[in-house]
Design a protein around this ligand. Structure first.
Ligand SMILES: C[S@@+](CC[C@H](N)C(=O)[O-])C[C@H]1O[C@@H](n2cnc3c(N)ncnc32)[C@H](O)[C@@H]1O
Length: 360
C-alpha cells in the first residue's frame, strides 16, 4: 500500500488535493510517520507521482486490516455477513465530509439501509454530528438536495470549516461549498501576493460569485494585502453567512461590501467600473457566458488579474482561449499572460478548467 508523506500541518490541504483527484484511499486512516503524516493512496494514484507532489516521499507500508471501527467494517458487523455480502457491490465506498457533516450518495438497492449506513458513519467519525443523503443537484443555484438520515436534527446544515488555517461557516443545505477547491484558493492567494508586489499597493478584490466566501478568507487574513472587497452572490441564504464569515475574519479591518445580485449587473454601478485589481469568477457552468459582462470590472489603468474556473469540452480548450483573448481586446484590455488549463476531468468529454489572465 502506497502512502504520501507530507508535513503534519499541511495534512488537510494535501488530503483535499488527493480527494479532488480520487487518489485518497478512504478505507484506511492517515498515519503518523515520524514528524510527518502518511496519507494512504488509492489504486488510481499514478505509478509515477505527478510534478506537484515531487517534493514529497511516497512510501510502501503494509495496509492495516480493516477494523470494525471502519465505516464498512462496522456496517458489516451490525448487519451480519449474509446481508452485507448480498449487497456488497452497492454499499457507498466514499463520501464527502464538510466540517461536522457527512454527505453520502446511496444507491436505490441499499436505500432501505440508510439508517444502518448513517449509524456506522457516526460511529466511525466521532467529530461528525449529522449525515445527509445526497439526492442530487437542483434549482438555479445548483444546490444539493440533502436529506438528513442520521445525527442531530436541530443543528440544521450549518457547520464550521477550517481551511488553509482560516475558520468559517458553511451550510451545504443552503449553498455550494467544496473542500476540493482548497488548493485553488491557495493559488489565488499566491497570485494576489504577486499582483500586490507588482503594483506596490494593496488590492481591490471582487469575488462575483462568492458563495460562503472560501476564496476570500485567506486573502483577508494576509496582512496588508487587500484594502477593499466586493463579495457578491445571488443567493440570499448564502450572503447572510458570507457576511458573518467576512466580519469574523476581518482582523485587518478591510472595507468590504456584500451584494446579492446577478453578477452580470455589477457593471451597471459606475463606481465598480474598472475598479478591481483582482476579479474572481467561479460559476463553472456559465463562467464563459458571463465573462463579457464582467471583465469591465477590472482596472484598466494598471495590471489587473482575472481568475476564473469553468467546465468546458476538452476539445474546445484552444478555442475558448482565443475567444477570451478576443474578448479582452474588444474591451480594450491588453493581455500579458493567459492560462487556460484543464485541471481535472468533469465528465468523459468535459474538463474542469482554470483560467488566469494578467492584463498589462
Ligand atoms: C460554484 S459556486 C462558487 C462559490 C464560491 N466562490 C466557492 O468557490 O465555493 C457559485 C455561486 O454563484 C452563485 N450564483 C449563481 N448564479 C449567480 C449570478 N448570476 N450572480 C451571482 N451569483 C450567482 C451561487 O449562489 C453560488 O453560491
Amino acid at each position: 500500500m502506497r502512502y504520501l508523506v507530507v508535513p503534519s500541518q499541511e495534512t488537510e490541504t494535501w488530503k483535499e488535493y488527493l480527494v479532488s483527484k480520487e487518489w485518497l484511499e478512504r478505507k484506511y486512516s492517515i498515519e503518523t510517520e515520524g514528524e510527518n503524516r502518511a496519507i494512504p493512496l488509492s489504486n488510481l494514484f499514478p505509478k509515477i507521482a505527478p510534478m506537484e507532489l515531487s517534493n514529497f516521499k511516497i512510501i510502501e507500508k503494509d495496509a492495516p486490516s480493516i477494523s470494525p471501527n471502519d465505516y464498512l467494517g462496522y456496517l458489516k458487523m451490525s448487519l451480519g455477513d449474509v446481508t452485507y455480502n448480498k449487497f456488497e457491490k452497492f454499499w457507498p465506498q466514499s463520501f464527502d465530509q464538510i466540517g461536522e457533516v457527512i454527505i453520502i450518495k446511496i444507491d436505490n438497492e441499499v436505500e432501505n439501509f440508510s439508517e444502518n449506513i448513517s449509524q456506522s458513519l457516526l460511529h466511525q467519525n466521532k467529530r461528525v454530528t449529522r449525515i445527509f443523503q445526497d439526492l442530487g443537484v437542483q434549482g438555479d443555484f445548483r444546490i444539493r438536495k440533502l436529506k438528513l438520515i442520521g445525527g442531530e436534527e436541530n443543528l440544521g446544515g450549518e457547520t464550521k470549516i477550517k481551511e488553509n488555517g482560516v475558520e468559517f461557516l458553511v451550510d451545504p443545505t443552503k449553498g455550494y461549498y467544496s473542500p476540493r477547491l482548497a488548493t485553488e484558493r491557495l493559488e489565488t492567494l499566491e497570485c494576489a501576493i504577486l499582483l500586490k508586489e507588482k503594483l506596490g499597493r494593496e488590492l481591490k478584490i471582487c469575488d462575483a460569485y462568492a458563495g460562503f466566501g472560501p476564496a476570500l478568507m485567506p486573502l483577508i487574513k494576509e496582512k496588508k494585502l487587500v484594502n477593499y472587497i466586493l463579495a457578491n452572490d445571488l443567493n440570499p441564504k448564502v450572503t447572510s453567512i458570507l457576511e458573518s464569515n467576512l466580519i469574523n475574519n476581518n482582523k485587518e479591518n478591510i472595507e468590504f461590501e456584500i451584494k446579492c445580485e446577478d453578477a452580470q449587473k455589477l457593471i451597471n454601478y459606475t463606481n465598480y467600473k474598472q475598479l478591481f485589481d483582482l476579479l474572481l469568477v467561479n460559476l463553472p457552468h456559465s463562467t464563459i457566458a458571463h465573462l463579457p459582462s464582467l471583465i469591465g470590472l477590472l482596472n484598466n489603468n494598471s495590471t489587473s488579474v482575472l481568475r476564473a474556473w469553468s467546465i468546458i469540452n476538452l476539445k474546445d480548450v484552444a478555442n475558448i482561449k482565443s475567444q477570451i483573448q478576443e474578448l479582452f481586446l474588444s474591451q480594450k484590455y491588453s493581455i500579458s499572460k493567459i492560462i487556460v488549463e484543464p485541471t481535472r476531468t468533469y465528465s468523459p468529454t468535459q474538463v474542469y478548467t482554470k483560467i488566469e489572465i494578467w492584463t498589462n
